[in-house]
Design a protein around this ligand. Sequence first.
Ligand SMILES: [Zn+2]
Length: 279
Amino acid sequence: MSVSNSINHQFVQATEQVIGGLRLVQISYPLDYNFLPDKVPELARYLFLNRNCNSENFTEWWVYQPFWGKFTLQYANDPIFAWLQTQEEQVRHQFGYKGFLTASAFVKNGELICWGIQDVSKHILTVPKDPHWWVQLQTLFTLTADQVEAIKTELAKHLPGSGLDVREVLKRFLSIPSGTAYELNPGSHEDNHSEALALYQFFGVTNEAEFDQALVDPRNQDKLNLLQGSTCYLHGHWWSCADCGRKMAKVGVKSIVFNQQWVLNYIHTQQPISAGIQI
Ligand SMILES: [Zn+2]
């Protein structure tokens, strides 16, 4: 199946699975596609978890993936997810964090190659004091000075104690599509996504420029051989972003397996699976 929008971007159905009475459909779109759902209304039905239709047997949920379908995608239960979830819960507990937190493990032939979890200390968990941050917000959303003041008041009321980062709380007042405005919260930046972090740590680098250099260093050939054809087990989200997809493609990752239990829980509760768990 494929659909296209008015500017002729092709969106291809990458995979489809029926799990627990739900039909989960993954849609991929091109890497160069600038994801602005409000500007592409005909795609609204293909975005995250929109209930598409009910039939006798199925509720359909559509999940889009922001890359061009080069990976094999799957939802599954696997023992490694229980382990990743334990790591995630410990970090949540440490920071009192309730937002999305991902943990990834790269595996080949049953062997764990490397793993990583988002660094929560990079999240902005209190009302920003830096004037540059506010200018950035005003510019991003074309806000008037009065609107900025109103948001300041709302953030002061809702952010402390919410257990969420500033970008998550802003979503209550501003339309921030998934996968955008990461610059408002460094913890959400692509370099802090668990897929990227796991790979960066494996190669001993901290950003994509260093990562690219490491990949052409002959001393890293063994590491590259390990990752070639590996599988990324992704706990804590229903998608992997274009930036992570690009980095995983560079090292030859073959497939991405999403935590089936996590995704089904999210569909039913709209909450990350372990957000409310107290240790
Ligand atoms: Zn990512």
